[in-house]
Design a binder for this molecule. Structure first.
Ligand code: IMP
Length: 479
């Protein structure tokens, strides 16, 4: 039982009753609450009146990216809270009630405790406590959090008015973008122009989160009243970028240019781009989403994972591995040659001391030879923590053979990390500890993976044109 609840409650009620701004109060309560229950982060959210989504009004310990992930769908995300229940999620990266598990993983969030905020018996918001290590909360912690929720209930009622009136009508200050965001799964908005709908589809195709007209920026004031506003068409939270689309009509472009210039002067921290169709295709290419040029590689049917998507996933895996091996010095073992790109990127993102070793094995041929090791490890792994890094696990036969060999050297521990998992084709079931992407039964190349020794140098992972693969070829034993 912690003995700090009373001083914390005293502090929180004092802040709640202070003359600070609404957001500062909420952030401060989030901080105090986190520390009191020994959590790592906290988020206080307000439920919209239709009980569809949650808007963050105060937070502590969460990165900007996490906070900009957009409002949470109230029904999808921990729905029991809507029934006034306390919810505990032991593993946020795996629980399907967590709406952005990849974000939770990237933040290193392990468990989440959700507390409803009730006003006169009705749920109007929630408090979430996040921890990096799996944490059990005591009944006393929960009772403390319910008291904080009661204080928040009074605040949030006021807060709703604040958000509606103060921010939009008279304030010339920055409005936090998340305040005005639409729920991510809201019905598709009525787009003002077909080009906007097309752009939204393109973003969906590349799984880029977007918000349509999420925020209006006052540009001119007359006697403290807003006389002119500018509402960019899109906001892309992942890239922290506002996008205004233009048609090719010169008169409109000139007018929009003027507005965008003015916006940048008034709000220098805002990242905004004015785009026509050609521009936005090139913009996506720059961020690695658009397969411009990529699909032009002869023999490639389509791009499965762009370079950017791979990099993002590798960083998430590296973060998990760094956390799991904290205080240790693992040996990373790769099998040549397919793993080279993945190994190179993965190890650069590990915040651990590591050593590196490689093995090579003979390829399958139809001449009756059995598999053999053509290059063994350079150093002994006995008593070491070994992380076996693979490009792809297909039937599991290669991995099974290599694991037997490695286990015979009696390492202290042996785990497996693979970038791709073609689970549908598995013959030997081996538990995988870290998986980048699970893929369907298609032959992929690029980012180290080859077909007949080629395509390894592509920066993305693409699906090989099926016609290229001769029917009777045993393609899964090529590298
Ligand atoms: P397994 O023994 O069937 O699990 O096959 C593993 C090895 O086959 C991998 O290390 C790859 O070298 C190769 N492989 C399997 N599927 C593919 C693929 O789709 N593209 C390229 N190589 C593959």
């Amino acid at each position: 039982m912690r003995d700090n609840y009373y001083p914390a409650l005293k502090h929180i009620s004092k802040i709640a009753n202070s003359f600070f701004g609404f957001r500062k109060i909420c952030n401060s309560i989030a901080k105090s609450t986190t520390k009191t229950v020994h959590g790592d982060a906290c988020c206080i959210s307000l439920l919209n009146p239709q009980k569809e989504y949650l808007i963050t009004v105060g937070a502590y310990g969460l990165s900007d990216l996490y906070l900009r992930k957009g409002p949470l769908d109230a029904r999808k995300s921990l729905p029991e809270i809507l029934d006034g229940k306390i919810v505990f999620i032991a593993d946020a990266t795996k629980d399907e009630r967590v709406q952005h598990p990849e974000m939770a993983e990237a933040q290193g969030i392990s468990s989440i405790l959700g507390i409803p905020i009730l006003r006169k018996g009705e749920v109007i918001g929630e408090i979430r406590i996040y921890t990096r290590e799996p944490e059990e909360f005591s009944e006393a912690d929960k009772s403390f959090l319910l008291s904080v929720a009661d204080i928040c209930a009074i605040l949030l009622e006021k807060g709703e008015l604040y958000l509606l009136e103060k921010d939009y009508k008279t304030s010339k200050r920055q409005i936090n973008p998340q305040v005005a965001q639409l729920p991510t799964n809201a019905p598709r908005p009525a787009f003002a122009h077909p080009s906007e709908e097309e752009f939204a589809k393109l973003l969906d195709f590349y799984s880029i989160e977007w918000l349509y007209e999420p925020r209006s920026f006052p540009l001119h004031w007359e006697k403290d009243e807003v006389a002119e506003m500018f509402t960019p068409d899109f906001y892309l939270p992942e890239l922290d970028l506002y996008v205004e689309l233009t048609t090719l009509r010169q008169s409109l472009i000139t007018e929009k240019n003027r507005k965008v210039r003015h916006l940048k002067e008034l709000y220098p921290q805002i990242n905004i781009k004015l785009l026509n169709k050609n521009d936005y295709i090139h913009l996506l290419a720059k961020y690695g989403y658009w397969p411009l040029g990529e699909t032009k590689v002869e023999g490639i049917d389509r791009v499965l994972y762009s370079h950017t998507q791979i990099q993002r996933r590798v960083r998430v895996l590296a973060k998990r591995i760094s956390r799991d091996y904290a205080g240790k010095k693992p040996v990373l073992v790769g099998i040549l040659k397919g793993v080279t790109c993945f190994m190179s990127d993965l190890m650069q993102h590990l915040s651990l001391p590591i050593t590196l070793d490689f093995m090579a094995i003979s390829y399958y041929t139809s001449d009756g030879q059995v598999v053999k090791i053509t290059k063994d490890l350079d150093s002994s792994i006995t008593g070491q923590d070994v992380l076996m890094v693979e490009d792809i696990v297909d039937t599991g036969m290669t991995l099974n053979y290599v694991l037997k060999h490695l286990s015979a050297h009696k390492p202290a521990s042996l785990r497996i990390c693979t970038l791709l998992d073609k689970r549908a084709r598995r013959l030997i079931d081996i538990p995988l500890d870290y998986v980048g992407f699970e893929i369907s039964d298609e032959f992929v190349v690029g980012y180290g993976l080859d077909y007949r020794g080629e395509y390894r140098n592509l920066s993305f992972i693409g699906i090989l044109h099926p016609e290229l693969i001769e029917k009777d070829e045993r393609v899964h034993h090529l590298s």
